[in-house]
Design a protein around this ligand. Structure first.
Ligand SMILES: N[C@@H](CCC(=O)N[C@@H](CSS)C(=O)NCC(=O)O)C(=O)O
Length: 238
């Protein structure tokens, strides 16, 4: 039998900011070089744009999964260097952007297409982005590896988050790879199947989940007072 090889046309880079434990993702179309960046961090923009340049990519969208509370997005700074790059946010985020995506909307770059799914609960405007052909998902703070985003500020609601993850992420095929916006334990990727089996919060009943989330007792993010106002205007701070 002949072995059919499929060449992925996705250029994929996972980047990390160790100060805030934030993952940024650079995604490019190998055929056209059109690219997007998901959840860039202000302090890492120079690193990220150097990589964009080295890979010969044309960055057309700076996408945020939500209005972050722990760091300032790099989207505003990127737009200063690359004025043709458009900022993108979820339609329910309450933040300012060039383009808003609502549940089910598609964003294309080159020959690649990304679906936006609304996954509120950590914040109202949280979005999860899916590339079905490549079977990869960017969950923002809705789902973290063996965890999830906190629900104690910024319109957070544990029940809403539980329903979002179960209906919009756990309904995907088991082998889809999940890439979160943060990791605090040294992990980098998981799958739908793994999280449905091993996520210590989201495998519980909704009532147990609410109990867990109500008792996390996490300290507020150190930079919340600076980050939220800046991210509501896409990180531009003139
Ligand atoms: N110590 C960090 C903030 C850590 C934190 O609260 N992370 C958030 C995502 S960023 S708002 C979260 O949802 N964590 C969930 C968890 O279970 O840890 C700082 O000071 O910035």
């Amino acid at each position: 039998p002949t072995l059919k090889m499929t060449k992925s046309n996705l250029i994929f880079r996972q980047l990390f900011d160790k100060d805030t434990s934030t993952y940024t993702y650079l995604l490019g179309c190998a055929e056209t070089k059109a690219a997007i960046i998901i959840d860039p961090v202000l302090e890492c923009v120079e690193r990220d744009l150097k990589l964009v340049n080295e890979l010969g990519l044309n960055l057309i969208y700076g996408v945020n999964t939500h209005v972050h509370a722990d760091h300032v997005t790099g989207t505003g700074q990127i737009k200063k260097t690359l004025p043709n790059c458009k900022s993108v946010l979820g339609a329910n985020s309450g933040g300012k952007a060039d383009l808003y995506l609502k549940d089910g909307d598609k964003l294309s770059f080159g020959n690649l297409t990304m679906e936006s799914r609304s996954t509120p609960g950590h914040t109202d405007g949280c979005s999860t982005y899916i590339l079905h052909d490549q079977r990869v998902v960017f969950t923002g703070d809705a789902l973290l590896i063996r965890g999830c985003g906190r629900t104690d500020f910024q319109q957070g609601c544990a029940k809403t988050l539980y329903n979002s993850v179960h209906s919009k992420i756990f309904s995907l095929p088991s082998d889809y790879k999940l890439y979160p916006a943060h990791d605090y334990k040294g992990m980098s990727v998981t799958t739908v199947g793994e999280e449905k089996l091993y996520n210590p919060r989201l495998t519980k009943t909704v009532d147990e989940f609410v109990q867990i989330m109500d008792n996390l007792n996490l300290a507020y993010p150190k930079r919340i007072d600076v980050s939220v106002p800046a991210n509501l205007v896409c990180g531009i701070q003139d």
